[in-house]
Design a protein around this ligand. Structure first.
Ligand SMILES: O=C(O)C(=O)C[C@H](O)[C@H](O)COP(=O)(O)O
Length: 205
């Protein structure tokens, strides 16, 4: 089930919202551009309310919670209506709480040992974070031999220019990125720009 998260769109939009009122327009703008998934990060106070609104008002998009770093957040996100969870890294307690929600999820790994630990537990769909600082495309190419069963959503420092090289790798299902929802576009309520960026991203693969 978690593996299917990697196949929803070539790009998983990582969205940081400061205003809950932007949640529904952003979700609709992404959908209009052909992106069927949205990861709302739990980095701002409005994030849980934003997830709730998108889940209730834009059921066509698959809404998930990103930046899940505590067991409490996993539960809160599930209660808010998140359909999946994403963690930047993994601790035993976060993993236990995330599994406890019953939701599909992408646990974060940034090293070979972290990826191996998750694989040992049967988790084969991972977020590779932070992708660029951790070695990017060459890292993923290098580990595909020893760890052939893993698939990734690399995230962190990826741009529309660098995304295609990631998406060309068989081990990459999609890439994560914040570039579809630039801060200045959200501040200006320029949702058409979000749609235009989403359209370009949806065409990447
Ligand atoms: O908060 C998290 O859990 C994250 O996933 C951090 C994200 O990877 C970055 O927000 C991606 O942002 P960019 O590097 O700007 O595309």
């Amino acid at each position: 089930m978690s593996n299917e998260l990697l196949d929803l769109s070539p790009v998983m939009p990582v969205v940081v919202l400061d205003q809950v009122a932007d949640a529904v327009p952003v979700a609709r703008a992404l959908l209009a551009g052909g992106i069927r998934v949205i990861e709302l990060t739990l980095r701002t106070p409005v994030a849980l309310a934003a997830i709730e609104r998108v889940a209730a008002e834009v059921p066509e998009i698959v809404v998930g919670a990103g930046t899940v770093t505590t067991p409490e957040q996993a539960k809160q996100a599930a209660d808010a209506g998140a359909k999946f969870l994403v963690t930047p890294g993994c601790t035993d307690s976060v993993l236990e709480a995330v599994v406890g929600t019953g939701l599909p999820f992408l646990p974060g790994a940034g090293t070979v040992s972290e990826a191996m630990r998750l694989a040992e537990q049967g988790l084969t769909a991972l977020k590779f974070f932070p992708a660029e600082p951790s070695g990017g495309v060459p890292f993923l190419k290098a580990i595909a031999g020893p760890l052939p069963g893993l698939r990734f959503c690399p995230t962190g420092g990826i741009t529309p220019e660098t995304a295609p090289a990631y998406l060309a790798l068989p081990s990459v299902g999609c890439v994560g990125g914040s570039w579809l929802t630039p801060k200045d576009a959200l501040a200006a309520k320029d949702f058409e720009r979000v749609t235009a960026l989403a359209r370009e991203a949806a065409a990447l693969r």
